[in-house]
Design a protein around this ligand. Structure first.
Ligand SMILES: *Cc1c(COP(=O)(O)O)cnc(C)c1O
Length: 396
């Protein structure tokens, strides 16, 4: 059996998105900035896509900037917030310790320039306390950035509360909503969001395309030098086929959200229940404030990497955390942020499901994971020490 359970890393392009894209490679392929008739036609389609995207996010078309994806949108949002703050003599930014690396590394770069960054810690349940964000805000704070849903443990954050706090204090609020868009209902106005990042390939759209939403009046800084595309805010020939595919995928995922979420969360809860039967294991992050497809478990006494390889041998595609962190041997910064000790964080597994998964697949994952964990433990010197009482169990 082949089971794809790594939807937080990327999703399969939907048939609707692919169908929508194809004519933009074969027929309407002109550059939207060209002044000839085919170019004008392409520009018209780009403008339509912008309107359709804005309608779904509940904003105006002019508030949508098409980018190359979530990472670029996050980079531009943070740099823009910092530059605007700097002009008013404010050089302090508030964020959290479990953001995506495209946020954390941009903040590091801003720190090198002299900005001060406060990373608010995350509760053991993987949820940020809005009050802690409020307490971290200072008179010189120019920007708050908190992710909508975490990519490793799937926990959903109190974005409306944080938005209200920032609006009352007149501070720009950005959210990395890459894991949430298409899976959670979002209204940028109701939730007082000033800037929001999204990425098409996390909701069955194509890779390499995303959106930075910036509320009217929130000044953006271009981070790519070049032409005047996207109203001078993002240089580079517009990736029209990808934008069209993203728009189709966004409309489809929002239209089917309720039905897909019902199915996916049922599968998620079945998987959580099954894996919970493995002794000395624990779910990472709140079981309720959680994306419909995310399951993240720690198993004591084993290495997550070995678990992944043995599951892959059985046809299961999973992750040890985030695709970005898995190339390094450091344990996940997210699991450390929610207070998991290094040894426990190392023995972790992320299974991210979608509406395309089935009950039979979930049962197969439970069976294989239980067997593989048992096998790895039987060979693990750490497990021997735990069982003999030489070391103490950290997970019950
Ligand atoms: C995937 C992801 C990103 C990066 O998006 P790309 O389009 O792959 O650059 C940023 N933030 C989160 C939370 C993500 O899950």
């Amino acid at each position: 059996m082949l089971v794809y359970a790594d939807n937080a890393a990327t999703t399969k392009l939907s048939a609707a998105a692919l169908d929508a894209m194809l004519p933009y490679y074969t027929e309407i392929w002109a550059n939207p900035s060209s002044l000839h008739t085919p170019g004008l036609r392409a520009a018209e389609k780009l403008s339509e896509a912008r309107e359709r995207t804005a309608k779904i996010l509940g904003c105006e078309a002019r508030e949508i900037i098409f980018t190359s994806g979530g990472s670029e949108a996050n980079n531009q949002a943070l740099v823009s917030g910092a530059r605007a703050g700097e002009k008013k003599g404010r050089r302090h930014i508030v964020s959290t310790s479990f953001e995506h690396h495209s946020v954390l590394h941009t903040l590091k770069a801003l720190e090198k320039e002299g900005f001060e960054v406060t990373l608010v810690d995350v509760g053991k349940d993987g949820v940020v306390d809005a009050e802690k964000i409020e307490n971290a805000i200072r008179p010189d704070t120019c920007l708050v950035s908190v992710m909508y849903a975490n990519n490793e443990i799937g926990t959903v954050q109190p974005i409306s509360d944080i938005g209200r706090i920032c609006r009352n204090k007149g501070i720009t609020f950005h959210t990395d909503a890459v894991q949430a868009v298409g899976h959670v209902e979002i209204d940028v106005n109701k939730e007082n969001i000033d800037m929001l990042s999204l990425s098409a390939h996390k909701f069955e759209g194509p890779r390499g395309v995303g959106v930075l939403y910036a509320k009217r009046g929130v000044p953006l800084t271009s981070i790519i030098y070049g032409g005047a595309q996207e109203r001078g805010q993002r240089a580079g020939t517009e990736n029209l086929p990808a934008v069209i595919g993203m728009t189709a995928a966004l409309e489809e995922s929002v239209k089917n959200m309720k039905e897909n979420n019902e199915k996916t969360s049922r599968l998620r809860d079945r998987l959580i229940e099954g894996l919970s039967k493995i002794p000395h294991s624990a779910l990472n992050g709140s079981a309720v404030k959680r994306l419909p497809g995310n399951v993240n478990f720690s198993f004591e006494g084993i290495e997550g990497e070995s678990l992944l390889i043995l599951l892959d041998d059985r046809g299961i595609a999973a992750s040890s955390g985030s695709a970005c962190a898995s190339a390094s041997l450091d344990p996940s910064h997210v699991l450390l942020a929610i207070g998991r000790p290094h040894e426990v964080a190392h023995g972790s597994l992320r299974l991210s499901l979608s509406h395309l998964n089935t009950e039979a697949e979930v049962d197969y994952i439970i069976k294989c994971t239980s067997e593989v964990v048992e096998r790895l433990r039987s060979m693990s010197p750490v497990w021997r020490d735990l069982e003999s009482g030489e070391k103490e169990f950290m997970l019950k």
